[in-house]
Design a binder for this molecule. Sequence first.
Ligand code: CO8
Length: 259
Amino acid sequence: MAYEFIQTRVEGDKVGIITLNRPKQLNALNGELMREMGQALKEFDGNEAIGCMIITGSEKAFAAGADIGAMATYSFADVYRDDYITRDWETIRSIRKPVIAAVSGFALGGGCELAMMCDFIIAADNAKFGQPEIKLGVIPGAGGTQRLPRAVGKSKAMDMCLTARMMDATEAERAGLVSRVVPLDKLMDEALGAALIICGFGRLAVMAAKECVNRAFEGSLNDGVMFERRLFHALFATTDQKEGMDAFVNKRAAAFKHQ
Ligand code: CO8
C-alpha cells in the first residue's frame, strides 16, 4: 500500500514499522496523515505474521504537533461538528498488538500525545517532549492533559501544559515518560530489539499483558479525554486561538486579548 504522509516496512518478517514522512513540516500531523497511520496500524494488527509495531519520525522530529496551518482558521462549529482532528486519532487505541514509539527530536503537542498513546516510548538522547498548545491559545486535544499527569505526575504535567517548556530525554526518563534513552544512532536498533523480544513471546499473553496494563492506566480516561475534547473544540470559538495560530503561521509574536 502506497501512502503519501507515512512510510511502512516490515523488519525481520514480524515487526511493522511506520515512519512519519512530512520532513519539511517536522512531521506535523494533519488529518490525512492520521488517517493513513490508522489504516497502516490496522493492517499490521490484522496481519498474522506481525507481532509488534514501531512508530517513528525523523532525527529532527518525531512530530512537532498537529498541523497548525490547517487548524488556524477553524471555528468551534467546524471542529465540533466534524469532530475535526480528533476523529482519526483514536484508531491507535483499538490496536491490540504492542506499539512502540521510537522518538528522536521534537515530540510536541499532538506529537507528544501520539507518543503517549503508544504502549511505551524509547527515546533518543536528542528527544524533546512538550505540550506547547497554550502558546497557540488552546490546550492539548488528544489526551495530553490526561496521559501526561498519569505518566509524570500532576506537578510536572501542570508545569509542561502551563509554561509550554520542553522536557529533554534525561528528564523524561527520570519522570517516567519514557522507558529507555539511547544514543540517537542506536534508536532504531534498540526499538527493533525490544520489538523482536516481544515477538518471541506468546501472542495471546502479549496481548493480555497490554490489555491489563492499559486497564490499570486508563481508569476513567474516557471521561477525561471527552472532557478535554469539548474544551479543546470550544477554544476554537475564542479570539486568542485565531491570534495564536495566525501568529505562528505568519512568524510573529502573538498578542493575546484574553477573549
Ligand atoms: N504545524 C505546522 N507546521 C509546523 C509545525 C506544526 N505543528 N511545526 C513546525 N512546522 C513547520 C514550520 O512552520 C516550518 O515551516 P516553513 O519552513 O514552511 O516555515 C517548518 O515546520 C520548520 O519549522 P521551524 O522553522 O519552526 O523549525 P525550528 O527548528 O526553528 O523550530 C519547533 C522547531 C520548535 C518545533 C517549532 O517549529 C515549533 O514551535 N513548532 C510548533 C510546535 C507546536 O506548537 N506544536 C503544537 C501544535 S498544536 C497541537 O498539536 C494541538 C494538538 C491537538 C491534537 C488534537 C487531535 C485530537
